[in-house]
Design a protein around this ligand. Structure first.
Ligand SMILES: NC(=O)c1ccc[n+]([C@@H]2O[C@H](COP(=O)([O-])OP(=O)(O)OC[C@H]3O[C@@H](n4cnc5c(N)ncnc54)[C@H](O)[C@@H]3O)[C@@H](O)[C@H]2O)c1
Length: 332
């Protein structure tokens, strides 16, 4: 039996040692694409038994040319960069790691909220350039008694909740799929999207990127927010219409924004840059030294499971598994 080959489409990691250690169990060899273009990915992935992907686009064109691949494991939570329907058609199961950086993203959300409200980045920049003055940060409002609106109430916002509540912030949410009991247990009020827009002092986005959430935050929505409100996005860039956000900030429809994710990453400049009331971090909410080990290990363990005939823990398209066994039967 030939050694198993695992292709890595792209990596933001200092090294792939944690994935390598997990894959040692099946003696698999790892090959990293030189760059995340379709050609470079196919060079390592065409004959691979499995694919590990981070941010690279895994398109139908790539998927159709994978000759041996049985699993595409995303080293992350969201799977919007992988064409799930093309993978399903090819009998390839796609997995994700839903539980690796929940502390990090919820901490980062709070860090962005606090930095925005307390105006830390702009006052730090002014102070260090010789301006020791309070006037430039006026006004700042007390956190206690304000309202944080969480758009979606999945795992990450459920961890944001007690952190915000510890500052005396009232937390509300809009998530059509979350039960009353889950929200009640967390001390969070569920409400319609419109109501949340109307009453929130800070809105933090935590939905997946789906056709229904693409540009969910647009010009019309910004007009319905409080002009003193702040927007925080640690979910996915295209959920926010950035041109409309820049217009809304210019026109005073909201007070500021903090984004860890952008519509195009890396951005080639942005109308949002260079503003005192905008904070941007380079999609690093997920990051800590510890979370990197978790995500690589958990994604590689999914590969080990599938390649050794076991069911993966977090398949996105479990139907691909039965489709594949059907394909194998047909070829017998
Ligand atoms: N910036 C980063 O580094 C980073 C890291 C991890 C996750 N993320 C992103 O954070 C987001 C949230 O992750 P999570 O683990 O909390 O997700 P999750 O899967 O636990 O929860 C998603 C929630 O979204 C809700 N939802 C779906 N459509 C909705 C809609 N139209 N309106 C309101 N709610 C809706 C679902 O009911 C569910 O409760 C995802 O977009 C993920 O990709 C970003």
């Amino acid at each position: 039996m030939s050694a198993k080959l695992v292709a890595v489409t792209d990596s933001v990691f200092p090294n792939l040692d944690p994935a390598g250690a997990a894959l040692e169990k099946i003696g698999a060899e790892i090959r990293l694409a030189k760059e995340s273009t379709p050609d470079a990915i196919l060079e390592v992935a065409r004959e691979a038994d499995a694919v590990l992907a981070t941010f690279a686009q895994v398109t139908p064109l790539i998927i159709q040319q994978l000759t041996r691949c049985r699993v595409i494991a995303r080293m992350g939570i969201g799977v919007d960069n992988i064409d799930i329907s093309a993978a399903t058609k090819a009998g390839i199961v796609v997995t994700r790691v839903p539980d690796y950086c929940l502390d990090e993203v919820s901490d980062h959300t709070m860090a962005l909220l606090l930095a925005l409200v307390r105006k830390i980045p702009s006052s730090n920049a002014r102070t260090q350039s010789g301006h020791w003055e309070m006037r430039a940060v006026v006004p700042i409002h007390r956190l206690r008694g304000t309202v944080l609106g969480l758009v979606a109430f999945g795992q990450i916002p459920q961890l944001v909740t007690p952190k915000a509540q510890a500052f005396g912030i009232r937390v509300v949410t809009h998530d059509p799929y979350v039960s009353k009991q889950v929200a009640e247990r967390a001390g969070v009020e569920r409400m319609e999207f419109d109501e949340l827009l109307k009453i929130s002092d800070y809105i933090s986005i935590h939905t997946p990127l789906l056709p229904a959430t693409h540009h969910l935050f647009n010009a019309d929505v910004f007009r319905r927010m409080k002009p003193t409100a702040y927007l925080i996005n640690t979910a996915r860039g295209p959920i926010v219409d950035e041109a409309a956000l820049a217009d809304a900030l210019d026109q005073g429809h909201l007070a500021g924004a903090a984004l860890d994710v952008m519509e195009h990453e890396p951005p080639a400049g942005s109308r949002l840059f260079g503003r005192d009331n905008v904070i941007v971090t380079p999609h690093t909410s997920f990051y800590s030294e510890e979370s990197l080990v978790d995500v690589q290990t958990k994604a590689a363990e999914e590969v080990v499971r599938v390649l050794s005939g076991q069911a993966p823990r977090n398949p996105v398209n479990p139907e691909a598994l039965s489709l594949r066994s059907g394909m194998i039967q047909d070829n017998l």
